[in-house]
Ligand binder design. Structure first.
Ligand code: 26Q
Length: 819
């Protein structure tokens, strides 16, 4: 037992302050007078980190001593957001630290704002992984997040002349106090080359892989603290470096330049996060990234197994590995390779271990998002894995033929190899076959999976399928982001809800309490005031905190239909222009979100929104009734003040296309009402909060399918709805583009000629629903009531509930308390 000085564990403001000054002096090497804001931030971060390390070490010792079963969450993305504020909340020392820092006449919030967030994800999928790590630690589940330490995360977004401009995210520029490199646990990852069969000394038939090159994977560990528990789990992210050996010395004898080039090439592997989501791109470097982090992580698990002197057969008891979408699905082949080629386990045994270990979560039904790797590309990089996939496929298809005799079409559909024309490896099929459990991320999505993309697999092994509705962590998304509401709720029902979100139901007994309603409104109003101040500060736009804050913030996508929201704004603008005395509830339309750099239509949607904003906000006839704001660089940091300030949450995707959504949950938990389609988790949110507290519109999934089946014609809607025609014509006329009729032509034409996401079909229903919102907001009391009930009934959507479900039904793992 190591004795630690008080300065590194004490929690009183006085000791925290002393520790902070000590860190400033000894870590940053600065006296108070010379320190920059960043120095202060680093000193503050180390002061917090010291307190976490205590938990981290105890956790490691406890897990080792108990030989615990461990959840390994494999994800190409972890969108953690800033650590400092969250760690202060989870340590339970937010207020003490604030006092400590303010006692030095420093601005605490300003120091917290110094942190460059690790934006190692695109959106929902990466942020879900982050929420799950928070819940795993809070529920005291032995677990490890495994991913990639991208040197450049998701790009920073600037808006210039209304267009998105991408800026490199140099998040490591000023160092990262939260991670510890562990070079002693580095592993080697091999690529390319060829294979050859041979017979070993025991006369066994085996295959040798002679790779062409390799890189070194170095783990960087970040502690992940649970909320008010001693558990601190690990997020282990891998960085690629040049290998130590691999014949480079021989190869590069006297060729210094070549040697340096090789080093640069190795480090390229984990240089940058691919900024596309929901669209597959078959880039070689991306496949290298996927294999790299999967192989690093699996090798790491074998090392742990060895260190704990467990036999290979114990692998599935020791580890349960969750695949966050198909990005890590190569794990199926790599685990087989390690078992069969390296550890000499016979095929059937290895296959049992693999299947028992792996489980797969699907996050999308969009066909363009399904990963399929061109066979040549795959063969060039992973020749041995291709052979293994062929073997898995041959054995699997034999079973399919046995079960569905004579159904050759089915066999072709289910094959791991797509052979209609150019050949591809289907990663979702590989994940399904190699896993014992397959799940979707909301009830509707899980049903649709079974009926559409994974239908054949559901018919083959129905017992593997289940639903695990997503959730979000109330620590970051309420306690940290919304201190005023947190304080109010806690004053009424105590603070137990932060760990047991179902307890929010106790708020229902105060829903008719006039004083509580007033306080609720006051909290919302102050959050709107804060957001208004941020908007004023950053964008120099004045927005009225008494207007209805109508927010759509998420990645920009046609299926998410930000342009449907835009059509509503144009319709309101046009009706005010036609009828200047029109009485409407004043509204502020707030947008935020990044477009994939190569997604032209999404970028044009941003331009459309900013163009509408320019006209609306500049027109004295309308600008006191409607305002439009596009918040640039929407990320975790910038989103935190947004959810608490929203009155209305826009969740308006075409039914059947949003797998779950998680922003929908963050908004509703913070007392926003939802206007939404019956899509993803909206369905379940509506069930929980009550249909009377939810603004529902639009076609349902079956109607979408039927309409497309019968031949959808957007022109029918255009010609039969005057307001719709007027809105589209106004955009096409160049009214929002300084007379330029070409600018938005691609967008308008796509709506009129194809409209794959059925905006025109849903327009009338959406506008009618928005009119109801307008009227409902005028009844302040009733709106407040609905707002309270929304927050009170969101318990289901805590990621703690999701994680409990995974633990019980898939991972079969129990908590281990750290003392
Ligand atoms: C794949 C291959 C190559 C390059 C990039 C990608 C890639 C990257 C990210 C594909 C997809 C993603 C992200 C998908 C995503 O965020 N999906 C969202 O997942 C959330 C969590 O389950 C759901 O709530 C959302 O509905 C879903 O859209």
């Amino acid at each position: 037992q190591i004795q630690v000085e008080e300065d590194r564990i004490g929690l009183s403001p006085e000791i925290l302050r002393r520790a902070f000054l000590d860190n400033l002096f000894y870590i940053q090497g600065k006296p108070l007078a010379l320190a920059t804001k960043n120095d202060f931030y680093i000193a503050l971060a180390y002061t917090v980190r010291d307190r976490m390390l205590h938990c981290w070490n105890s956790t490691a010792s406890t897990y080792t001593a108990r030989g615990s079963r461990t959840v390994c969450y494999l994800s190409a993305e972890f969108l953690m957001g800033p650590h400092l504020g969250n760690n202060l909340i989870n340590l339970g020392i937010y207020d003490q630290m604030k006092q400590a820092i303010e006692g030095l006449d420093l601005d605490f919030e300003e120091l917290i704002a110094q942190e460059e967030e690790p934006g190692l994800g695109n959106g929902g999928l990466g942020r879900l992984a982050a929420c799950y790590l928070d819940s795993l630690a809070t529920l005291e589940i032995p677990s490890m997040g495994y991913g990639i330490r991208y040197e450049f995360g998701i790009f920073d977004q600037e808006i210039r002349d209304g267009w998105q401009v991408e800026i490199t995210d140099k998040w490591l520029r000023y160092g990262n106090p939260w991670e510890l490199p562990r070079p002693e646990w580095a592993v080697e990852i091999k690529f390319g080359g060829y294979t050859e069969p041979f017979t070993d000394d025991q006369g066994r038939y085996r295959v040798r892989w002679i790779p062409a090159w390799s890189v070194k994977g170095v783990p960087y560990d970040t502690p992940i603290l649970g909320y008010q528990v001693n558990t601190a789990n690990t997020l282990r992210l891998w960085k690629a470096e040049a290998p130590e050996s691999f014949d480079f010395e021989a190869f590069n004898q006297g060729n210094y330049y070549r040697a340096v080039q090789e080093k640069v090439a190795s480090e390229n592997l984990t240089k940058v996060l691919y900024p596309n989501d929901e669209k597959f791109e078959g880039k070689q470097l991306r496949l290298q990234q996927q294999f790299f982090f999967v192989s690093c992580s699996l090798q790491d698990m074998f090392h742990i197994l060895e260190r704990q002197q467990l036999p290979l057969e114990a692998f599935p008891q020791k580890f349960t590995v969750q695949l966050n979408d198909t990005h890590p699905a190569i794990a199926v082949a790599e685990l087989m390779r390690l078992l069969v080629d390296k550890y000499l386990v016979e095929w059937d045994k290895a296959w049992d271990i693999t299947q028992q270990t792996l489980a797969y979560t699907n996050h999308t039904l969009l066909p363009e998002a399904l990963e399929k790797w061109a066979l040549d590309l795959f063969a060039g990089l992973l020749p041995r894995h291709l052979e293994i996939i062929y073997e898995i496929n041959a054995r699997f298809l034999d079973r399919v033929r046995l079960k569905f005799v004579g159904d050759a079409e089915r066999t072709a559909r289910m094959s791991l190899i797509d052979e209609q024309g150019a050949r591809y490896i289907r990663m979702a099929h590989l994940a399904c076959v190699g896993s014992h459990a397959i799940n979707g991320v909301a009830a509707l999505h899980s049903e649709l999976l079974k009926q559409t993309v994974l239908k054949d697999f559901y018919e083959f092994f129905p017992e593997k399928f289940s639903n695990k509705t997503n959730g979000v962590t109330p620590r970051r998304w309420i306690a940290l982001s919304n201190p005023s509401m947190t304080k109010l709720i806690t004053s009424k029902i105590g603070s137990g809800w932060i760990k047991h979100l179902d307890q929010l139901r106790q708020l229902e007994s105060f829903v008719g309490d006039i004083e509580f309603q007033r306080q609720w409104r006051e909290s919302k109003r102050s959050n709107k005031q804060s957001l208004a101040a941020l908007v004023k500060n950053r964008l120099d736009i004045t927005i009225d905190p008494d207007s209805l804050f109508d927010v759509q913030s998420k990645r920009i996508h046609e299926y998410k239909r930000q342009h449907l929201n835009a059509l509503h704004i144009v319709t309101l603008y046009d009706s005010i222009k036609q009828n200047p005395t029109l009485e409407i509830t004043p509204r502020t339309f707030i947008f935020g979100g990044k477009a994939a750099p190569g997604y032209y239509m999404a970028k044009l949607m941003i331009k459309l929104i900013t163009a509408i904003a320019e006209v609306v906000n500049g027109d004295p006839d309308v600008r006191d009734r409607i305002k439009v704001v596009f918040i640039p660089d929407y990320n975790v940091t910038n989103s935190q003040p947004v959810y608490p300030a929203a009155d209305l949450s826009e969740q308006i995707s075409t039914a059947g296309l949003e797998a779950s959504g998680t922003g929908n949950m963050k908004f509703a938990m913070n007392g926003a009402l939802t206007i939404g389609t019956l899509d993803g988790a909206n369905v379940e949110i509506r069930e929980e909060v009550g249909a009377e507290n939810f603004f529902l519109f639009g076609l349902i999934t079956e109607e979408v399918a039927a309409l497309k089946e019968q031949g959808y014609n957007p022109w029918d809607y255009y010609h039969s709805n005057d307001a719709l025609k007027a809105a589209i014509d106004l955009i096409a006329s160049g009214h929002f583009s300084h007379g330029d009729r070409d600018l938005f032509k691609p967008l308008v034409d796509k709506l009129l000629h194809h409209d794959p996401f059925l905006l025109l079909a849903d327009y009338a229903s959406y506008i009618e629903c928005q009119t109801k919102v307008d009227q409902a907001y005028r009844d302040t009391q009733h709106w407040t009531r609905m707002s309270i009930l929304n927050a009170a009934r969101m318990g289901k959507f805590s990621s703690d509930r999701s994680i409990r479900d995974y633990c019980k039904e898939i991972w079969k793992v129990q908590p281990i308390e750290v003392l």
